[in-house]
Design a protein around this ligand. Structure first.
Ligand SMILES: NCc1[nH]cc(CCC(=O)O)c1CC(=O)O
Ligand SMILES: [Zn+2]
Ligand SMILES: [Zn+2]
Length: 333
């Protein structure tokens, strides 16, 4: 029994049979300027400590940033986002070490700015790395989030990074009202026309942050983050958070994590079509892709491209990714 002949409208394969015609059907869209590389800076100036759950990534001391970032800048790295990992400081309820002028983030901003004047320096703004309870904001006595002083404190920390020379401040804390509070503070201090505000707008309470919390030592000491990070099924809340942050003055909107939330990214590109849209391919997504490749399930490079291309296809114009160093090589090949 032979199958009936194909109908004219059934046949697509002739349209992409050749490598060149495949390019006409949709060209690779990632380029180096879209990559923002997350880096961990710790308070031991000479440190280079590998992070077991985040293969290939390290915590770096300020004195080693030149050897770490120099070769990447030569290959075309355009931007980084800094995360502070204080190991030798006294954490407290308000996250005092966050804006310590001698802490790793502020020293790191100054060091990178002086070493690499062409490098775009973004800084993650949060309190969880600096509070004794490990939560991202300030707490009431009963352990619940105290929003108003949280937003005020986050804004104060953001301003200190702007003063130190950051080009972009990126609050990841998810406190209500922090975008407005940060924008107000930046404007009042004369940074309104100098510093970009990138909001982690749709940040979900994800299982994919595990390696990051190892890297940054920022797991909460009790409870979880479900009262401020978004529930994974909450499409409506995510849309409202994006619209709110646009209204409060965010310059870039972010969706995080990326791969399990491509529908939200696509929604964001409709809701905020006039804003750059960032996606954070988080630590667990990176670790998953690497683990699968090591298990022989697929080729690392092919899967790194496939996942990031899907993120761009969904609407991202900027990708925070731990694959940035590898992409700098791969994009040259
Ligand atoms: N506010 C902390 C913060 N900032 C960025 C990440 C995750 C980044 C990653 O997993 O790569 C987290 C973890 C969390 O919210 O628990
Ligand atoms: Zn946090
Ligand atoms: Zn953060």
């Amino acid at each position: 029994m032979s199958a009936p002949p194909l109908d004219i409208s059934s046949v697509l394969q002739g349209g992409y049979a050749h490598p060149l015609s495949r390019q006409w059907q949709g060209r690779r869209t990632i380029d180096k300027s879209m990559l923002m590389y997350p880096i961990f800076i710790t308070d031991d100036a000479s440190a280079r400590v590998e992070i077991p759950t985040l293969p290939g990534q390290c915590r770096w001391g300020v004195d080693r940033l030149e050897e770490f970032i120099g070769p990447l800048v030569k290959k075309g790295l355009k931007s980084v986002i800094l995360f502070g990992v204080p190991m030798n400081c006294a954490k407290d309820g308000r996250g005092t070490p966050a804006d310590d002028p001698n802490g790793p983030v502020i020293l790191g901003i100054k060091k990178l700015a002086s070493l690499f004047p062409g490098l775009y320096i973004a800084v993650d703004v949060c309190l969880c790395e600096y509070t004794d309870h490990g939560h991202c904001g300030l707490l009431h006595k009963d352990g619940t989030i105290n929003s108003t002083p949280s937003a005020e404190r986050i804004a104060e920390v953001a301003l200190s990074y702007a003063v130190a020379g950051a080009h972009c401040v990126a609050p990841s804390d998810m406190m209500d009202g922090r975008i407005k509070a940060i924008k107000r503070k930046l404007i009042d201090a004369g940074f309104g026309n100098k510093v970009l505000l990138m909001s982690y707008s749709a940040k979900f309470a994800s299982g994919l942050y595990g390696p990051f919390r190892d890297a940054a030592g920022s797991a909460p000491s009790f409870g979880d983050r479900k009262c401020y990070q978004l529930p994974p099924s909450a499409k409506g809340l995510a849309r409202r958070a994006i619209q709110r942050d646009v209204a409060e003055g965010a310059d870039i909107i972010m969706v995080k994590p990326a791969l399990p939330y491509l529908d939200i990214l696509s929604d964001a590109s409709q809701l905020a079509p006039d804003h750059p849209l960032a996606a954070y391919q988080v630590s667990g997504e990176y670790a998953m892709v690497v683990a699968g490749a090591r298990a022989g399930i697929y080729d690392l490079r092919a899967m790194a491209f496939e996942t990031t291309e899907s993120i761009v296809r969904a609407g991202a114009t900027l990708i925070l990714t731990y694959f940035a160093p590898q992409f700098l090589d791969w994009l040259d090949e």
